[in-house]
Design a protein around this ligand. Structure first.
Ligand code: DGP
Length: 114
């Protein structure tokens, strides 16, 4: 699959406000935040999206969620609440085709989303 801008962020070729990194993933603040906390958690592996996930990604997907919960603690939004969202494909609102989990919080979030 083709690389996206997120591969360049992983390689530090373009700047990002990185808040967490380990061997499997990177987390950085969204460039166009939709809430006071808006962090993207991405795998370092070049995976197009949830729609391309395979059984071998099971551990990685769980890891991304646990890191999001850890970052929510770090951001101080666990008690008030937050949302984790993965947009998959065009009608899901995906614009960057490298899997990413949005961690949103710090304000009342509407439901259903638009
Ligand atoms: P999605 O619509 O789910 O594919 O979300 C892509 C998100 O990525 C969107 O909220 C904006 C963010 N984004 C796109 N380009 C960049 C970038 O270069 N840096 C950062 N920090 N975020 C980006």
């Amino acid at each position: 699959m083709a690389e996206t801008i997120f591969s360049k962020i992983i390689r530090r070729e373009i700047p990002a406000d990185i808040v967490f990194e380990d061997e499997q993933c990177l987390a950085f603040r969204d460039i166009n935040p939709q809430a006071p906390t808006h962090i993207l958690v991405i795998p370092k592996e070049n995976l197009e999206g949830l729609q391309a996930a395979e059984p071998r990604h099971e551990q990685l997907l769980g890891h991304l969620l646990l890191i999001a919960a850890q970052l929510a603690q770090q951001e101080g939004i666990t008690a008030t609440g937050y949302r984790c969202a993965i947009n998959a494909g065009a009608e899901g609102g995906q614009t960057v085709y490298h899997l990413h989990l949005h961690l949103l919080g710090g304000r009342q979030l509407d439901w259903p989303p638009g």
